[in-house]
Write a protein of this length. Structure first.
Length: 158
């Protein structure tokens, strides 16, 4: 398994940054190679992406979600991957977002892209584009404030 960890500071309040990250279907607007994400239900997503030029689809489950603090996921079909995104207030108008992602590159092309840092640079660019996306808008496109533990919703948002 390969691991990538990237951090970005966003010039927006914590709750707005967190709320935007819960809007998974907007990810193709700032994540390079992500063609589509469909939210199946509160804890399941279907991803379609091009990874190092290879077309991939997979399903993922949100395993933990704590509003304004953390979202964790793991794939349940397709390419093996998982990770955590953490949110930390820097001050009332700035938020630090840290993404830690684990993935298992498959085949020659994906392994080569991993070895030369292509995937790591893509993730770094994605984080910067996320920052620009929310800062330029000045507000989130929506929010889901549920609490997930062990892949199940504990508290529905109000």
């Amino acid at each position: 398994m390969s691991v990538i960890e990237k951090t970005v500071e966003v010039q927006c309040p914590l709750n707005k940054v967190y709320n935007q990250w819960t809007q998974f279907e907007t990810f193709p607007r700032f994540m390079e190679g992500v063609e589509e994400i469909r939210q199946i239900d509160d804890t399941h997503l279907h991803w379609h992406a091009k990874i190092a030029g290879v077309d991939r689809e997979w399903d993922a489950q949100i395993t933990e979600q704590i509003p304004d603090r953390k979202i964790a996921w793991r794939s349940i079909s397709g390419p093996e991957n998982g990770g955590t995104v953490m949110f930390q207030p820097v001050d009332p108008q700035r938020t630090r977002v840290t993404l830690r992602m684990e993935y298992d590159p498959k085949g020659f092309v994906e392994n080569a892209a991993d070895m030369i840092g292509t995937i790591e640079r893509r993730v770094e660019g994605d984080m910067k584009r996320f920052r620009e996306f929310i800062e330029d808008r000045g507000q989130e496109t929506g929010a889901w404030r549920g609490d997930v533990s062990g892949g199940s919703v504990r508290d529905k948002p109000h």
